[in-house]
Design a protein around this ligand. Sequence first.
Ligand SMILES: [Zn+2]
Length: 200
Amino acid sequence: MLVLLDNGHGGLINGEYQTLGKRSPIWNDNSQLFEGEFNRAIVNGLIQELSRHKISYVNIAPEYWDVRLETRVKRANLYPKNNSFYLSVHANAGGGHGSEIFTSPGDTKSDKIATIFGNEYKHVFPDRKLRTDFSDGDLDKERRFYVLTKTRMPAILTENFFMDNEEECKNILMTKDGRDKIVHYHMNAILKVREKLFQL
Ligand SMILES: [Zn+2]
């Protein structure tokens, strides 16, 4: 099994954030979260864990500038579709709380992967909300995100809490403990996905 890791947006180059928007408000204590930095922290944490478990991975966008979605998908599609899956990591915005797991529309292997991620999320964050629509009975919300519809392998996108929610931003997204838990839930899910959906 090969995990294709997508960190979503640009990072920081010489202290300058590379992506427009995609950041928290500036809080009263002057702190601010840049989503691309957060996404990288999770992806980098996963790389460490995947290496420890000897699971193959590819960092789809190791650069710090903002790699276009088309490029991310083109890179992913170089890999075989049968033994890989695509995981895009984000933090949410737009008012709300909790986390979401998206797949492409239709009932596919991606739905099974999203369900496993949803269950592991609930284990690690029992007191936090998992935002779902249960229209197809799965723990995911279906939307036509580019990286979900254009990748040829199963693909999911996790939106981890809301960076414009001060409580979640400061207590989860900006803390080591919160980030460790997010890595932990993703990693538990990847191990289950390997066990249940891919040959070891
Ligand atoms: Zn994002």
